[in-house]
Design a protein around this ligand. Structure first.
Ligand SMILES: NC(=O)c1ccc[n+]([C@@H]2O[C@H](COP(=O)([O-])OP(=O)(O)OC[C@H]3O[C@@H](n4cnc5c(N)ncnc54)[C@H](O)[C@@H]3O)[C@@H](O)[C@H]2O)c1
Ligand SMILES: O=C[C@H](O)CS(=O)(=O)O
Length: 480
């Protein structure tokens, strides 16, 4: 167990089977996408470790009271607060996200732990009187939410701490044992959070953390019939594969996004430019809810683009550990090469790069690209990086049609001062979220979150909704 992470010092960590270190000679090296420096190593699990983790979770142990769940999560929040700089540095070391984003993410995870702790204390039952119809009876029906025997949580790389918190905190708040399989690209932060939970008194059977070859860990976890829930966040391709591999069990899928920001001619221009830049470049553009398409009404297009180019130049790149840096690297060089390639393809189709477009290793420059064809790969598929593709739209109807035209339906934003147009957008955009005069990704950690179409099955997460995912409803009735 790592006492504290010191930037530059290699964090030698292990996975955990119900609190016991995964003993393995197979090590995963985790290197900085920025300079290739070694951020840490993690022991890799094999199929036998996976089996052992499933057995340990199912075996169970002391059942936690609501107060005990609250206390463990709240203690973990306190520990995270004490170690916030360590965690921010670790996120940056393994992901290449700039330290300013990493610090922001630690604050988000702190909120997740806080809200989950509070939810652990809340009763969520319902009462139904049965004497409400001519054939009614003098009875009442009551509901309670019961924990599952065992859940599996699989998380992506882009929020190494907060994505993990969003899975395991609600599981713990409900009393459901969970096996976490974080991304092999950013495993260190996930393991450190798990260590804080053990330190806070979490009974070891409640949590295992495994990394390893997909066939020996993730695939086994997803397919095991004893697992009652797979909660997955990641790409569409993997999510759809999991849906097939999971068999007869509950599956939660939070998948890709291709979020539009609509800017109408009556918009506050400065606000629109700020939201476009923040939405496209924050977290190196690696958010499922990042602004990935900017749909600007043609009458204001040229002024908007000029201002966006100016604003984009403020998003400096560089050493992600420097507080001056506003856009760190993307997760690895292949991801940056993909971004560079989709930009080149759009240019070959007639688009024009006004700023950025260059790549150095895993660093992709914040890029404004205009006249992007509506069938360009970078706006039809998900581009996971600091790109700001701008397309003209005639009016709101044209914008809504274009926004709804891709396979995704996660989040969206519209910048307008016309209330009727804002309401029309909320009604007609087929998305999980429509934010007015805000970035598509705006949310609080406890609000319902998730998309439809290829973005998800319409089952929401966010701390409060996730509690429902990690439980099942039991009803009982009594004469009354
Ligand atoms: N909707 C959301 O809330 C949300 C949030 C973050 C990221 N994402 C999406 O995630 C993607 C980026 O993250 P990523 O590259 O880590 O995604 P990914 O799908 O490549 O990997 C996600 C997780 O799935 C695991 N995995 C890979 N193959 C698997 C298999 N066969 N069975 C089970 N698990 C498997 C990975 O090891 C990782 O832990 C983007 O598409 C982004 O939009 C969505
Ligand atoms: O990347 C997608 C995230 O899960 C949602 S958020 O952007 O962190 O809110």
């Amino acid at each position: 167990m790592l006492d504290t992470f010191v930037p530059g010092k290699v964090a030698a960590l292990t996975g955990y089977i119900a609190g016991q270190p995964v003993e393995s000679k197979q090590l995963l090296e985790v290197r900085s996408p920025y300079d290739g420096g070694m951020a840490g190593t993690v022991t890799l699990a094999s199929k036998s470790h996976t089996e052992a983790a499933i057995e340990a979770g199912l075996k169970g142990g002391v059942k936690l009271s609501r107060y005990e769940r609250f206390a463990i999560l709240d203690k973990t929040r306190q520990l995270l607060e004490e170690k916030k700089e360590e965690f921010a540095a670790l996120i940056t070391a393994e992901s290449g996200l700039c330290i300013r984003e990493s610090r922001y993410e630690v604050g988000r995870a702190r909120d997740v732990l806080h809200f989950a702790a509070l939810e652990a204390l809340k009763d969520d039952g319902q009462i139904f009187s049965c004497d409400i119809s001519p054939q009614g009876k003098a009875r009442k029906i009551f509901t309670v939410r019961e924990p599952l025997n065992l859940a599996v949580a699989i998380t992506p790389f882009n929020h190494p701490l907060n994505q993990v918190a969003h899975k395991i905190a609600p599981a713990i708040a409900t009393g459901t044992p969970v096996i976490l399989k974080p991304s092999e690209k950013t495993p260190l932060t996930a393991i450190r959070l798990s260590e804080l939970l053990y330190q806070a008194g979490l009974p070891h059977y409640m949590l295992s953390v495994l990394l390893g070859p997909t066939a020996e860990v993730a695939e086994v976890l997803v397919a095991d019939p004893r697992v009652e829930l797979v909660s997955f966040t990641g790409s569409v391709a993997v999510g759809k594969h999991i849906a097939k591999n999971a068999g007869y069990k509950k599956v939660i899928l939070e998948l890709g996004g291709n979020d539009p920001l609509i800017v109408l001619e009556d918009a506050d221009m400065e606000l629109a430019v700020m939201l476009a830049a923040e939405g496209a470049y924050r977290n190196s553009g690696q958010r499922c809810t990042a602004v990935k398409r900017i749909l600007v009404q043609d009458s204001i297009h040229d002024e908007f683009v000029r201002k966006l180019v100016e604003r984009t130049k403020e998003y400096v790149t560089g050493d992600p550990a420097s507080p001056e840096t506003r856009v760190g690297t993307v997760i690895d060089e292949p991801a940056a090469i993909y971004l560079e390639d989709v930009v080149k393809k759009a240019v070959a189709q007639g688009a024009e790069v006004l700023t950025g477009g260059n790549r150095r290793g895993a660093q992709m420059e914040p890029t404004v690209i205009v006249n992007v064809p509506r069938d360009a790969q970078m706006v039809v598929q998900e581009s996971f990086g600091p790109l700001a593709p701008v397309m003209k739209v005639r009016d709101l109807d044209d914008a809504i049609q274009l926004a709804n035209s891709t396979a995704f339906g996660l989040s969206s934003g519209i910048v307008t001062n016309d209330m009727q147009k804002a309401i029309k957008a909320v009604k007609e955009l087929r998305m999980g979220t429509v934010n007015i005069n805000e970035v598509p990704g705006y949310r609080i950690e406890s609000s319902p979150f998730g998309g439809i179409k290829d973005s998800g099955l319409g089952i929401k997460e966010g701390v409060i909704e996730a509690m429902k995912c990690f439980t099942y409803v039991k009803t009982f009735s009594l004469p009354w």
